[in-house]
Design a protein around this ligand. Structure first.
Ligand SMILES: Nc1ncnc2c1ncn2[C@@H]1O[C@H](COP(=O)(O)OP(=O)(O)OP(=O)(O)O)[C@@H](O)[C@H]1O
Ligand SMILES: O=P(O)(O)OC[C@H]1O[C@](O)(CO)[C@@H](O)[C@@H]1O
Ligand SMILES: [Mg+2]
Length: 474
């Protein structure tokens, strides 16, 4: 499945969030003898999913062109051709004066705070000279250097929405993630900096558009000033909810012409559908997505907000498991961390803690029983070290569990409790082999998810919130 993730300042078509950047789906590709048989990963396939023909001498040029198309930003003038641009109301009015302003120079002429529409950011910075080079990510068998550019986010000189005619709405959907409040806060501050007066929050995700018992939350700098000091979302979140048509009807009724959605893959599938429906109705709305995934599982992004906090917070759970395991005779600690389809949190938390003996992630299949199974390695650890600490990502080893086919309100598969399963099997195993084991299982999922963003995530959220606010008007 493919979905569109709209980042502030750029639109990225990615494969489903289940394919993490390190483990993209692999597709085979047959070429002529000269070019030999090669395999190419999904992220290097062309826009319309046709594999790249490396025998074509022009393939590099075509690849770049295709890449550019994938990353082209939709603009209001694509549909409303006659929308007149106007000078930005953002930076010139609200920036902090600089020292040279006081020296009598003309600030509006001197100031270089705008982004040129043609500014680009280079995505990959490592040049791999061969496909056998450690960690090489190659497009073709010869590992050619192909530049991949995306648009640079930031304020432009011209805007297309008059601030006094804007009604902006913010909605947070899916599960919680540290930093949601930080993004909301910065968004409101940025919109106000443009001169937008009507800013509202939609309560409890997309449900807030249809459920009559919820009313809009008026937002202003005063309201959001301190919301980043606590976790969660000021607006609340939810899964499931109304159909896209209903949401767009509600946008029209409320006169909303800027919609900011903060959420994961489901939320963005919704945002994409909302955008398409608004386009179909010729209803002029800027729909901006801020990708939220605590799991850090978006291709092309170095880090998503909330991930850093989650890794940091997970240290507490790991440390507790370690202390418990080391204080008990033959102690075994099991910690389950988030990561539906990727093990970034589990891996990073394990590496940072230095206290984990076994880290299990969805990307790497494993077996519990048998000669090379996790349980026999635990036995080895107990015999050699006297204790063992295991970190498991929630999506790891799902094949070992009985499928329930249960789904949540949004249609996401409800995962089995791999941590609980490992705990049970460990208990049985050590009983069977007649070795004492004291097993403790910690699942800190909701304690981590509900945390306030740490400093590094706070800054990332501020940048995202600001760019989301900026990109909406231009
Ligand atoms: N394909 C879709 N089209 C329209 N709306 C969708 C789609 N998928 C999900 N949604 C809506 O998006 C919202 C959030 O979806 P979901 O619960 O899957 O969370 P998410 O955004 O993926 O975040 P998380 O990372 O927490 O899972 C829900 O209200 C759901 O109804
Ligand atoms: O219990 P909830 O709120 O549906 O969320 C559970 C899921 O949400 C996540 O925390 C992602 O937001 C997953 O790690 C987890 O599987
Ligand atoms: Mg999701």
């Amino acid at each position: 499945m493919s979905h569109v993730v709209t980042l502030p300042g750029l639109t990225v078509t990615t494969s489903s969030s289940s394919s993490s950047s390190s483990y993209p789906h692999i597709h085979s590709l047959t070429t002529t003898r000269l070019c030999s048989k090669v395999r190419v990963s999904a992220q290097f396939k062309s826009h319309d999913s046709t594999p790249i023909d490396f025998c074509d001498p022009d393939w590099k040029h075509k690849f770049k062109q295709d890449f550019q198309e994938r990353f082209s930003l939709p603009h209001v003038t694509d549909i409303f051709h006659d929308t007149p641009p106007m000078p930005s109301t953002f930076c010139l009015q609200h920036r902090t004066p600089m020292v040279r302003d006081f020296a009598g120079s003309n600030p509006s002429k001197e100031w270089r705070g705008y982004i040129n529409d043609n500014d680009r950011v280079l995505l990959k910075t490592i040049y791999y000279s061969s496909s056998t080079s450690a960690g090489a990510e190659c497009i073709d068998p010869g590992c050619s250097w192909v530049e991949q550019w995306v648009h640079r986010a930031g304020p432009r000189e011209k805007i297309y929405f008059k601030p006094e005619e804007v009604k902006a709405a913010i909605v947070t959907c899916g599960g919680l993630c540290p930093g949601l409040n930080d993004v909301i806060r910065q968004l409101v501050i940025t919109l106000e900096a443009y001169g937008v007066k009507k800013i509202v929050g939609i309560p409890f995700g997309y449900r807030g558009f249809s459920d009559k018992e919820f009313s809009e939350v008026p937002l202003s700098r005063n309201v959001v000033q301190n919301i980043h000091l606590s976790g969660g979302s000021l607006l609340g979140v939810s899964r499931g909810g109304p159909a896209v048509n209903e949401i767009v009807d509600s946008l029209e009724e409320r006169g909303i012409n800027m919609l900011f959605v903060l959420g994961g893959n489901g939320t963005h599938a919704g945002a994409n559908a909302i955008h398409d429906e608004c386009r179909r109705r010729r209803y002029m709305v800027s729909v901006i997505g801020v990708p939220k995934t605590i799991d850090n599982d978006i291709l092309l992004l170095d880090k998503t907000f909330g991930f850093d906090t989650a890794v940091e917070e997970a240290q507490r759970a790991i440390n507790s498991a370690y202390i418990e395991a080391h204080s008990a005779y033959h102690g075994i600690g099991i910690v389950k961390l988030m990561g539906r389809s990727s093990g970034f949190i589990a891996m990073h938390a394990s590496l940072a803690s230095g206290q984990i003996d076994i880290c299990l992630i969805p990307e790497v299949p494993f077996k519990l029983h048998g000669q090379n199974g996790v349980l026999s390695h635990m036995k080895h650890l107990i015999e050699t070290k006297g204790s063992a600490v295991i970190c498991v990502a929630e999506g790891a080893g799902q094949g070992l569990l009985q499928k329930t086919h249960a789904t949540d309100a949004s249609g996401n598969a409800v995962l089995g409790d791999i941590g609980g399963y490992i705990q049970q099997e460990t208990r049985k195993y050590f009983k069977e082999i007649g070795i004492h084991a004291d097993i403790k299982y910690i699942d800190p999922t909701y304690m981590i998810r509900a945390c306030r963003a740490n400093a590094s995530d706070g800054i990332l959220c501020a940048v995202l919130g600001q760019n989301a606010g900026i990109v909406a008007s231009q």
